[in-house]
Every structure is written in C-alpha cells, then in structure tokens.
Write a protein that binds this ligand. Structure first.
Ligand SMILES: CSC[C@@H](O)[C@@H](O)C(=O)COP(=O)(O)O
Length: 385
C-alpha cells in the first residue's frame, strides 16, 4: 500500500542484498525505519519485540524465517530445530505455525542445500502473495455490507469502529478489517472510522490512524473505553475487527478489549464482524476460551507509554519557551521518541495481550471466500476442504 507516496509492504525480500526487509512498526507513526533480517534469530527477535506484528504478517515473517534458517543451518536436524524456535516466538496467532510448517514441508521435499534455500525463499514469497490476495478478496466481499448500510442511511456517512491494527501493516496489502474500508473508499462510499487507541501498545492510535490518514479516510482516534458510549448514542453502524486465531466453531481471539466491544455491540444491536483469511482459522480447536493460548507480555508495556516528544531536551528541563518557539518546535520534524512511566513506580501490572470473543457475539465472518455466520456449519460450508 502507499506509504511516503511509494508502494510498500511491511516485509519483502531484497534481491540485491539477499536480505529480508521489514518496516520497524515500533517506531510508527513518528519514524519510518526499514530494518534487515539476516538470520532466524533476527526473525524471532523481530516477532517477539513486535517490529512486525499482526497475524498474517507474523505468518509471512515466520515463512521468511525458514528461508534464513535454511541458509544458515548445517544439518536437517538443525533446520527443524530452528523452525520449532520460530513457531514459539509468539503463541496466539496461528498463522505463524501455519507459515513456518508450510514452507518447511516444501523444503524437506528437496534433497540438496541450494534447492532447499531456493524453495524456502520462493514459498515464503508465495505465502506473501496468497495473503495479499486473500485480503483483496476480503475487501471485495466486505464492501457490500458497508454499501448496504450506506443505502439504508441514504448516503450519510457510515460510522465503522475498529480495534487494534488489522490493516496492511498487519498483513501484506489491504489488511483484513481495513480491506472493506479501503474498498468502500475506492467506491466513493462516505465512511468514517472510529479507531480504538488499543492500549497498551496503541496499535490503533499509532498504526491504524497512520494507515487511514495516509489513504485519506476520515477517522477519529478514541480511547479504548469510548466505544460503548458511541454505540449507545447511535454513532457506530458496524464494528469490524481482525483476529489472531479463530476456532472452527467461530470463537475469536483478538487484541485485548475486543470482547468488550463485542458485548457492547450486542447490547446495542450493532453488527459485529470479524474479517479473516482462512490461514487464521485453527481447524483443530473447538473451544476458544479453553484452548486458545493467550500471550502474556512484559508488564512494562502497560506501565510505560511511548510517544514523540517535540520539545528539545533543554526545553523539557524547565526553560521558558516563547509561544513562537513552541509553534516552531511542534511543526518541525525534530522529536525524540520517549517512554514515560504512568502508574506509581512500585505498582505491579499485568499484560494480557489477547482475549476471546465467543461465537455467539459475532454477527459474521468476512473471508476470502465470502461472508458467513459464526457457526461451525457455516464455516465448514465455506471451507469444506
Ligand atoms: C489482520 S491482523 C488481526 C490481528 O492480528 C490484530 O487484530 C491483532 O490483534 C494484532 O495484535 P498484535 O499484538 O499487534 O500482533
């Protein structure tokens, strides 16, 4: 998708340097930095530390991790061990296991090392294209739902609400939850998106707002707790979120706080849709609450909050600034990304990264094969294979 007027993806293979390149999402929207991944360890670190994040992108990054592991492994056993480490980098998004296993199974069909390396690189690229195409189709199917609301509202703006970032940064192109939004925008449908900030790492405020803004889509960042109020006052027409793992019975694990949005949507009769590619279904799990592993991350992500500081260090240290100077500093590109502590120094914090929304709260799924209800029968009707 377009960033800085160029078409760019969150991950790609660079033929000249023979490295995998990624956008470092930890620094967005304030800094746009591209980083190289040269080893499987780099990939594991980038996934754990969330340079890259979002279920489909984690899957593609893991797939490129197999390529890098194939380049550096001396034996087949070592390659398989590296793949196990890749799969364990983050626990909730099922796409990671899917991407790594898919590439590894193709690689192991080849005998010689250079064929294995070639196969791994090509397969990772195939998965990237597959996910991009999945998201394009999700947009095509999802836009009809937005169009129907727009017709009912006689062309008045359709107010959508989304949580976290399920945009192209989390996928390869288009995004999952955002794909119908981009498609609606292309069709000239008047939309406005409420963007949950999504504490603790603010993927909504930092990433979704950046994506939508660059595309020219009207949006407003809101606190995570605002959605219920907006729904009670008729200010939300539809909720669309992504997912990290969905059971074949329709239970959805997504960014922490998604469940509360689904409850509020149910109470206010607002359609709550989950957009996902088939690679995010876990065909082995029946009961999402009991069986989906929920990642617990470093409590410091809750205790500290990160942002751009537009005051120079000297000015931050208490020097007087004239109003003219403040304007100058804020308009300039100069800033420092800082983390600041929010709670008392000694207060413990807990950081559950995902929650499970039971199928009964989900109005429907938007997939690359069309939309369906969140039931086992309907899911299997769309995906008999
Ligand atoms: C299309 S991405 C769907 C999900 O991966 C997304 O909503 C999400 O929860 C991402 O969580 P993150 O912790 O940023 O990886």
């Amino acid at each position: 998708m377009k960033a800085d007027e160029k078409n760019i993806r969150p991950i790609w293979f660079d033929n000249d340097s023979e490295t995998v390149k990624i956008i470092d999402q930890r620094l967005l929207p304030h800094e746009f930095v591209i980083t190289d991944l040269s080893t499987a360890d780099d990939v594991i670190m980038a996934i754990k530390e969330m340079y890259v994040r979002g279920a489909p992108l984690i899957g593609v990054t893991g797939a490129y991790g197999v390529y890098l592991a194939a380049v550096h492994s001396k034996t087949e056993d070592e390659l398989i061990r590296e793949c196990e480490r890749l799969k364990a980098a983050r626990p909730t998004a099922v796409n990671l296991v899917w991407g790594v296993d898919k590439v590894l199974s193709e690689v192991l069909k080849k005998e010689n090392v250079s064929e294995r390396i070639d196969t791994a690189r090509k397969e990772a690229a195939v998965i990237a294209e597959f996910e991009a195409e999945n998201c394009r189709k999700i947009g095509e199917y999802g836009v009809s739902l937005i169009e129907a609301i727009s017709r009912k509202k006689h062309g008045k703006p359709v107010n959508l609400l989304t949580h976290c970032n399920a945009g192209w940064l989390a996928c390869i192109e288009y995004g999952t939850a955002t794909a119908p939004m981009y498609a609606a925008y292309e069709k000239g449908i008047d939309i406005h998106v409420w963007v949950d900030e999504t504490r603790p790492l603010n993927q909504g405020a930092r990433l979704t707002a950046w994506e939508l803004g660059r595309h020219g889509i009207q949006h407003t960042v809101i606190t995570d707790n605002a959605g219920g109020h907006l729904m009670q006052h008729g200010m939300v027409d539809m909720v669309i979120v992504g997912t990290d793992r969905t059971t074949y019975t329709g239970d959805v694990a997504n960014k922490i706080g998604t469940y509360l949005k689904a409850l509020a949507a149910k109470d206010n009769n607002i359609p709550f849709y989950v957009a996902l590619p088939s690679t995010t279904f876990d065909w082995t799990l029946r009961d999402g609450l009991a069986e989906i592993p929920i990642e617990e991350r470093d409590p410091d992500e809750v205790r500290y909050i990160q942002g751009a500081d537009h005051t120079s260090p000297l000015k931050a240290c208490g020097q007087e600034i004239s109003p003219d100077e403040i304007k100058y500093v804020q308009n300039s590109e100069q800033h420092t990304i800082r983390s600041v502590l929010v709670p008392p120094e000694n207060s413990p914090a807990a950081n559950y990264a995902f929650d499970v929304t039971p199928a009964r709260l989900v109005t429907g799924f938007i997939t690359e094969r069309g939309s369906c209800k969140a039931t086992e029968e309907e899911i299997k009707r769309l995906f008999p294979d």
